[in-house]
Design a protein around this ligand. Structure first.
Ligand SMILES: Nc1ncnc2c1ncn2[C@@H]1O[C@H](COP(=O)(O)OP(=O)(O)O)[C@@H](O)[C@H]1O
Ligand SMILES: [Mg+2]
Length: 278
């Protein structure tokens, strides 16, 4: 077989357009969850979830509201630790290291595993300070010019530099919603993370700002392991290469985005992606 022939052809689906087929990653998983359950008090929100999340792809979590997508996402950088009564069982390995082991440095963990939220949440500070804050507290730079360099390169990579380079001292909160979300992505990038978790990052944005974020996610792919929760199946089909379908606190099906959307194995996945429930 010629090397230029893809292992699987791209799948064409009438609902979701072209869903690219991506080969199995060659490297080990960036994140490996093993039998993870998450409780809020007595209530179990996530049950026995195991998944390998690759380094170089975008992984989408889809599923009906309340099925535990955000809860599981937050367990990947221990954000659930901040919720009283929340408890995580099982193991989550980052490059093979258990992030719940005792002695784990949580500040360092959250620098390695950044997060972008549903509602853009820039600090009420200047655009410059929004980006400079993280590198400064993590002691990443020795001089103002180095810090300036990180601010510029982070804004460049987030596709925001040209729009803000002449107004770096304006407040981050004065930007449009889409720009604020790219500022939050730039802020995450500034501390050189390995993983970026995004929880419905476009749900507060208009279609144009959403398209801009989707392009950005595609540009960042390969450089960071990206995990995105989305309620939009079209978005999952457009931006991700792996999709996990959550239902009632469990992963029902996980596979290539192309398989999940064009050839799901499970009846429940089929019902969800065809809009039978949501
Ligand atoms: N902070 C919390 N305290 C108690 N229960 C919560 C909390 N956050 C989420 N839950 C519950 O956990 C379940 C999963 O919620 P969530 O992870 O937000 O789902 P999704 O993101 O898929 O909509 C839901 O039943 C929800 O009510
Ligand atoms: Mg959620």
């Amino acid at each position: 077989m010629s090397a230029s022939v893809p292992a699987q052809p791209d799948a064409i689906d009438s609902t979701f357009g072209t869903v690219s087929a991506f080969p199995e990653p060659v490297e080990g998983p960036k994140i490996a969850a093993r039998n993870v359950s998450v409780y809020y008090g007595e209530k179990r929100a996530i049950e026995d979830v195991s998944i390998d999340i690759p380094k170089s792809y975008v992984t989408a979590f889809i599923g009906p509201s309340g099925c535990g997508k955000s809860t599981f996402l937050r367990s990947i950088n221990r954000m659930n630790d901040t919720i009283p009564g929340a408890r995580v069982e099982g193991q989550i390995l980052l490059d093979g290291e258990d992030i719940y082991r005792s002695g784990m440095d949580i500040v360092e963990l959250r620098a390695r595993v950044g997060m972008v939220f549903q509602k853009p949440n820039p600090f009420p500070k200047s655009i410059y300070e929004n980006i400079a804050y993280g590198p400064r507290i993590h002691g990443m730079t020795n001089s103002r010019s180095e810090l300036d360099g990180i601010v510029e390169s982070s804004l460049q990579r987030a596709g925001l530099w040209d729009e803000v380079k002449d107004r770096l001292s304006d407040s981050g909160t004065a930007l449009s919603g889409g720009q604020q979300q790219r500022l939050c992505i730039a802020r995450a990038i500034a501390i050189d993370p390995e993983v970026i978790l995004m929880d419905e990052p476009c749900s507060a944005l208009d279609p144009i700002a959403t398209a801009r974020i989707e392009e950005l996610i595609d540009e960042l792919r390969g450089r960071y392991a990206i995990v995105i929760v989305t309620h939009s199946m079209q978005q999952a089909a457009r931006v991700s290469q792996r999709t996990a379908f959550f239902h009632l606190g469990r992963i029902v099906e996980y596979g290539t985005t192309s398989d999940i959307f064009t050839n799901p194995r499970e009846e429940r996945t089929k019902d969800y992606i065809t809009g039978r429930y949501g």
